[in-house]
Unconditional design. Structure first.
Lengths: 392, 725
């Protein structure tokens, strides 16, 4: 099956490319530990979860269960989504309580939830979902085959629950319950979780002082393609679209993408494909120029700094980004701090503290990535845009 | 052909007129043929062709048998106002599927789906949403067809489903037989917001302005379709006209469609006439759009539109006098609704706002701005683009001599050309024409349309002169007085008006004196001998009020305009008046001064007087080279004014500089004693005179301050003009 030029949407099966080592590594780790996969957006976390599921299913290492909880806004919905995903598998059906039991419990649960609305009656409803969940998982612990549950978008739920109770007590209660579930001795041999999400769970828990609720998770970073894999990826795409892409041109695309995640390669390849002329270095330059001239898309990144940070932090951000935009390898902290000197010269300690905070925001908001104490643009296109249109 | 409602086009019309976005259509079709795994988002301003492209894509799917077997295109209303919850959106999709199946006559499937929709009515929101999606997915799976959701105004849908973005994304994230091809008039921030569910989720296609070549192809195609061969003729024979209109309209397909219609009409009015008609055609559409805005939004849009260039929130607050928070909220709301666009200003961390559709801005300015310059700021830019500098100058000259007929002629057109041309003389003539026309229209029109306290401030004196001079003419012509036979009141009026020296106030007094019967003195004054004739052109300009008389010169610019029209000899007199009235003599160009020196030796009195005036203003370095040149060619007969000038220099503390200059002077005449004589002017060293011949000594003594007193020298300087000019 030919590799497709897919931008943005998680890929499945035959369109998953070049991460076999990562899949195997993740499988091995997840046999022993619960894993939190870390990577900025568009690196391919969801696609990797799907691939891991296919892999464990195929090898029989475990029963892979993928569940996205993006639509869940309460703990009960989360539990329901996970249980439904487990019960939807052939093996999981045997772990499902009997229809009569479910009806009785469901009735009780519903009564509890509907009596006065979920938000208001949470104190009464909370024990109900926990009770229900504990009972269900107690059965699941008895599974004779290990279950690898791949949970996507958990931070979305965490933020939603936190919104319902801004004191943070409710979300802490939920995350502690979940941690206890993962630590339950009865589940040690049967239940493993791998987490991923568009928003980093580590960031969300750190911001809300909940880090202790996930400290049992093994952090596992997912990086970009190796250059050779990126070459192969581009070559296969070219074959699939009958595009004549020479090895040197593949190299030039990799240079332009800078950070070799599939998304960046797909975007440039897509634009090259749309260009009707036969690919060449000159055409690639045209394509890159037209991509960074997508004003509404990239100017939003610029505007957002002003809107979200306000003065004087936006000036710090501009100075830091301008410094990082100079080269593909970004800049170190001292260089950026020096660039910020004209904004705040009086107090070096305060300036450094502010810059550190601003850099955290820039990483969290997808402008930069930090690798080996250097901050570089996450997207080569954004960096080029920044140089051409912002710091000109 | 419908321009504003593409969905009302017939299928044949749609297929025949779809030219502009063919490559993108091909790409989307190709993507669907490959399985349609990619969601797409079309971004483009209003009129960019998004709706038409979605309709054309639906037709492409339906008309291609193979593709039609793989896909079904779901068309939604252009605005899905009924969407309040996520289930509404998916139920709309089910309705659209039913419509698509009905058109194919697949009644059984329609009945099944209708039953399912009916069953969902009583369910709660979560169940309805879940079941609606499942129904669509199940249909797609059962029939092995891809459901292509063609969602126009996706931003509206997303706005209404603000709490359901994750859920919507979830439904579109797996290979479940659903693919979305959305369109939006404004950029979806969700697509670039790193925290948003839809961050980098779509393959974004910006439907930018068409290139000139594409645009021409579109216009030709539309004209062919409309049966108007005249348009092709215009494109072939007058490509510049199309190019200019293309530039101004921004190359959006909708305005190009209108443009094709305009070019099909009579074009005797020229390019400005085309614009008139285009604006007329757009009026109903733009007016409706503006009227639809809430009152406070209209106030903000008004301020942004009249500013023309990007405006900051703070400047908008000043213009509207609405508090800053409200203005900011309004600006952001208008950006969100696509009326305004946000732009980053050169200064980091500053944002500006401008009207997204530039032609809408033009229409608005034409319609609402009272001030002509503001109203036509766009037109000025257009003129520069269309004509280029030389052609613009020629057109402006032609305009001054012609009598235009289009709506855009009048004062507005003259002012626009005046703003566009670079030649100051031409600009003044054009501005004068504008003022003249406005005065003809009456004072209320004049004061309303000119901003005499702002950007038209420099036209205030012109307005005053035109009004006063016209008043003089009218009053004198109406006066019933007995005059000597050789005079008439009309002739006297002309004499007063064209007097090149008298100030305007004096002219009024003279006219009044004549009307009151005291004409003898007035006639005597007006008939004084004209020893240095100003030139006919200058007299006419002064008589019309286009230029001030010498005693009314206020600015360097006015002086330069007078110099430009003066006869060669009159230039010296003009310069003298000008320098004495304009304190900053450095603004007088060297070439004006040197031209006097080389023009007419009989003007030596004026020349040294001018130099004295410059020295009075403390600008020795500017005149030093000229003084040097003058002294070297000085003759004995010219000694007196030179002597007076050098004494002025001495009074201004320039003794050292003049001494140094005199040492360098090498007289052209045989008499090498001249520098010695002049030296006396600055040193008062009588002893040095003893070495001169007696006649020379007498000459110097005649101009010597020791005999006539230092005061006399100063008087000579100011009174050095002859009694008669």
């Amino acid at each position: 099956m030919a590799l497709e030029n897919i931008i943005g949407k998680p890929v499945q099966a035959e369109n998953f490319f070049g991460r076999d080592d990562e899949v195997e590594q993740l499988r091995a780790i997840s046999e022993r530990e619960h894993v939190l996969m870390l990577a900025p957006r568009r690196v391919g976390k969801t696609s990797l979860l799907h691939a891991l599921k296919r892999h464990v299913d195929a090898t029989g290492a475990a029963i892979g269960i993928y569940v996205s909880v993006a639509t869940a806004t309460t703990e009960a919905q989360f539990v329901q989504a996970v249980l439904n995903a487990i019960y939807a598998t052939k093996h999981g059906r045997s772990l499902q309580p009997s229809l009569l039991t479910r009806a009785r419990r469901l009735g009780r649960g519903v009564k509890g939830v509907k009596g006065g609305g979920l938000e208001v009656a949470f104190e009464q409803a909370a024990p109900a979902w926990q009770d229900e969940a504990d009972r269900a998982f107690a059965v699941i612990f008895t599974s004779d085959r290990p279950l690898l549950i791949l949970i996507d978008e958990l931070p979305v739920l965490v933020l939603a629950v936190n919104k319902l109770d801004p004191t943070g007590a409710r979300v802490r209660n939920f995350l502690l319950w979940f941690r206890n579930l993962r630590q339950h001795p009865d589940g040690a041999g049967t239940l493993r979780f791998v987490f991923a999400g568009s928003i980093g769970l580590d960031n969300v828990t750190r911001r809300h002082h909940l880090t202790d609720t996930i400290n049992d998770l093994r952090l596992w970073p997912l990086g970009p393609f190796e250059r050779a894999a990126a070459h192969d990826f581009l070559s296969q795409l070219a074959t699939s679209y009958k595009l004549d892409l020479t090895p040197s041109l593949c190299g030039e695309i990799c240079d332009a993408a800078e950070w070799l995640i599939p998304f960046h390669l797909q975007v440039i390849f897509g634009a090259l494909r749309e260009h009707k002329a036969s690919p060449s270095s000159a055409i690639l330059r045209d394509v890159l120029e037209s991509l960074i001239d997508r004003q509404p898309y990239f100017s939003y990144w610029n505007e957002r700094l002003h809107d979200s940070l306000g003065a004087p932090y936006d000036a710090f951000a501009h100075a830091a980004l301008a410094t990082c935009a100079h080269g593909t390898d970004g800049a170190n902290f001292d260089k950026m701090s020096h660039a910020c000197a004209s904004i705040a010269t009086s107090d070096l300690v305060e300036r450094k503290a502010t810059l550190k905070w601003v850099l955290d925001v820039l990483v969290n908001d997808g402008y930069l990535v930090e690798i080996d104490r250097r901050w570089r643009f996450r997207s080569g296109l954004l960096r080029r845009y920044w140089r051409k249109h912002v710091t000109r | 052909m419908t321009v504003y409602n593409p969905h009302l086009q017939s299928r044949q019309e749609l297929l025949a007129t779809f030219v502009a976005r063919q490559p993108l259509l091909d790409e989307l079709v190709d993507d669907l043929r490959r399985g349609g795994k990619q969601h797409h988002l079309l971004i483009g301003d209003r009129g960019a062709g998004k709706t038409t492209l979605l309709l054309r894509l639906a037709a492409a799917i339906e008309d291609d048998k193979k593709l039609g077997r793989k896909c079904v295109a779901l068309r939604f209303p252009e605005e899905q106002y009924n969407v309040a919850r996520l289930s509404d959106f998916w139920l709309n999709a089910l309705d659209a599927l039913i419509d698509a199946l009905s058109q194919r006559g697949e009644r059984n499937q329609v009945r099944v789906l209708e039953a399912k929709i009916e069953a969902l009515e009583a369910k709660d929101e979560a169940t309805r949403t879940e079941q609606a999606i499942k129904t669509l997915q199940a249909w797609a799976k059962r029939h092995k067809r891809l459901i292509v959701l063609l969602v126009d105004n996706l931003s509206l849908v997303l706005d209404r489903l603000a709490n359901d973005h994750w859920a919507l994304r979830e439904s579109l994230s797996s290979d479940n037989g659903l693919v979305m091809i959305g369109a939006s008039a404004m950029f979806l921030h969700e697509a670039a917001d790193y925290q948003s569910p839809f961050y980098d989720f779509f393959n974004i296609h910006e439907l930018g302005p068409l290139s000139e070549v594409e645009a021409e192809r579109v216009v030709r195609s539309l004209a062919q379709r409309a049966g108007t061969p005249h348009v092709a003729k215009v494109l072939d024979e007058d490509p510049g006209r199309f190019k200019a209109l293309y530039t101004l309209t921004g190359g959006t397909p909708r305005t190009l469609a209108l443009l094709a219609g305009v070019l099909a009409l009579d074009h005797r009015g020229g390019i400005e006439g085309d614009l008139d008609r285009l604006l007329d055609q757009l009026t109903p559409y733009y007016k409706a759009r503006f009227d639809d805005l809430p009152a406070q939004s209209q106030v903000v849009v008004n301020a942004v539109a009249l500013h023309w260039h990007p405006i900051t929130a703070a400047a908008c607050q000043t213009a509207t006098r609405i508090d800053l928070n409200t203005v900011s909220a309004q600006l952001n709301r208008l950006v969100k609704s696509g009326v305004l666009a946000k732009v980053a200003l050169p200064e980091p961390s500053k944002l500006g706002f401008q009207i997204r559709e530039r032609f809408f801005n033009i229409w608005y300015m034409m319609r609402t701005s009272r001030r002509l310059r503001r109203k036509l700021v766009w037109f000025v830019e257009f003129l520069r683009i269309f004509y280029g500098e030389e052609a613009l100058r020629q057109r402006a000259e032609q305009l001054i001599h012609d009598t235009p007929t289009e709506k855009l002629d009048t004062a507005a057109k003259f002012l626009a050309f005046a703003s566009a041309v670079t030649d100051p003389s031409l600009r003044r003539q054009l501005e004068y024409r504008a003022v003249e026309k406005l005065v003809n229209e009456g004072l209320p029109a004049l004061y309303e349309q000119l901003d005499l306290e702002g950007e038209d401030q420099h036209l205030g004196p012109v307005v005053d002169r035109v009004r006063v001079l016209r008043g003089i003419r009218a009053q004198l012509r109406a006066a019933r007085i007995v005059l000597p036979r050789k005079y008439t009141t009309a002739a006297l009026a002309e004499l007063i008006m064209e007097d090149p020296v008298l100030p305007l106030a004096a002219k009024q007094v003279l006219a009044k004196a004549i009307i009151l019967g005291r004409w003898k003195k007035a006639i005597k004054l007006l008939s004084r001998k004209n020893t240095i004739p100003p030139g006919k052109q200058l007299l006419q300009s002064i008589a019309r009020g286009e230029l001030p008389s010498l005693m009314d010169i206020q600015t360097t610019d006015e002086l330069k305009q007078i110099l430009a029209q003066s006869s060669q000899r009159f230039r010296a007199l003009s310069l003298l008046f000008g320098i004495n009235r304009i304190l900053d003599s450095s603004r007088i160009l060297d070439k004006d001064l040197s031209s006097i020196i080389h023009s007419d030796t009989s003007l030596i009195f004026y020349t040294f007087s001018i130099l004295s005036a410059v020295v009075q203003h403390g600008n020795w370095p500017q005149i030093r080279p000229l003084t040097h040149a003058l002294l070297e060619r000085l003759t004995a007969e010219e000694m007196r004014p030179a002597f007076a000038f050098l004494q002025t220099c001495a009074e201004r503390g320039l003794t050292t500089q003049v001494e140094e200059l005199l040492q360098q002077v090498r007289p052209a005449s045989a008499d090498s004693s001249l520098p010695k004589i002049l030296h006396v002017a600055i040193t008062n060293d009588e002893a040095s005179l003893d070495a001169l011949a007696p006649e020379m000594r007498a000459l110097v003594a005649a101009g010597s301050p020791r005999r006539e007193g230092a005061k006399r020298v100063t008087q000579k300087r100011t009174a050095s003009r002859p009694k008669h000019w």
